[in-house]
Design a binder for this molecule. Structure first.
Ligand code: PEP
Ligand code: MG
Length: 297
């Protein structure tokens, strides 16, 4: 049965009424690509670059990062690669980059906040991504933990500086820039953020934690940490609406995207794309094939 499931997973996930949906993979590095493709991944919707940083005793150089991103883009043979910029802090420390301890690390200096506070660290990654994109145009960049438009504009400014330094214009490295929607402020401000982003990707793991004010790793509040909570579903719906209205694609890369039971609901809300761990892709694709958008909408 698994064999059959895998061979059909390689086919496109098209609804009964003929709309094709991409179901992509969440990966941590090059070694995850072959399993993702075997499971039918239509590209990578989330490359968690923190693994690459955590695996090194020193901060990875621009050249090293460039080679990793390039090799993954190449292995995907034209399918798209969504690189998430460094998302450490909170529950994810980094040995090569000691950070001050914080009383509330999940509400503190993590993700894009940390990157913007250390432009040299961030620009090393941005240059590596731009160089890889100049060779493989299937690469796009996604920023975690965005809470306000000014952060996205600051990222654009740094990318523009890196382009000048590398002498790579937008035709030479056509990097699309998207954001994760995982902070409630980003949901509430999704309309304005959509004016400045090429795509959204909903991170339901953090979005659930922050909407419900319940630590995603704390078992004593696990009843609250549930993406089926009505408040979380409303946040997802608002995000999809804002993206649909602005005409930008909205994907989901949190755990909810790998739950085939949620597919019907997410399609009804206007989600355009899914990204999940490789093992969950075949079931999500199979579920999409049973759906009829005319009836779910
Ligand atoms: C998320 O928050 O849903 C997400 C995909 O990112 P991470 O789990 O890496 O925080
Ligand atoms: Mg997250």
């Amino acid at each position: 049965k698994r064999e059959l499931e895998l061979s059909s997973a390689l086919q496109t996930a098209t609804t009964l009424d003929g709309r094709a949906f991409e179901v992509q993979a969440n990966i941590g590095g090059l070694s995850d690509v072959s399993l993702a493709l075997k499971n039918g991944a239509d590209g990578v919707g989330l490359l968690r670059t923190e693994f690459l940083f955590q695996a090194c005793s020193e901060l990875p150089s621009q050249q090293y990062q460039y080679e990793v991103y390039r090799d993954i883009a190449k292995a995907l043979e034209g399918r798209s690669l969504t690189i998430r910029s460094l998302d450490v802090g909170g529950d994810k420390p980094l040995a090569s980059y000691p950070m001050a301890s914080e009383e509330n690390p999940f509400l503190g200096h993590r993700g894009i906040r940390m990157c913007l506070a250390d432009p040299e660290l961030f620009k090393t990654q941005l240059r590596a991504v731009l160089r890889a994109c100049a060779e493989y145009s299937n690469i796009q960049l996604m920023i975690p933990m965005i809470a306000q438009v000014s952060e996205l504009l600051a990222v654009k400014q740094l990318i523009a500086e890196c382009r000048l330094e590398l002498k790579l214009n937008e035709q030479q490295a056509p990097l699309k820039l998207g954001i994760m929607i995982e902070v409630p402020a980003a949901v509430l401000n999704a309309d304005e953020l959509a004016e400045h982003a090429d795509f959204f990707s909903i991170g339901t793991n953090d979005l659930t934690q922050y909407v419900m004010a319940a630590d995603r790793g704390n078992p004593s509040v696990s009843q609250l940490v549930d993406y089926q909570q009505p408040a979380v579903l409303k946040a997802i719906e608002l995000t999809c609406k804002a993206a649909n209205q602005a005409g930008i694609p909205v994907s989901m890369c949190g755990e909810m995207a790998g739950d085939s039971e949620m597919v019907e609901r997410l399609l009804a809300m206007g989600l355009d794309k899914f990204s999940a761990s490789a093992a969950l892709i075949p079931a999500v694709k199979a579920k999409i094939r049973t759906q009829n958008l005319v009836s779910v909408n």
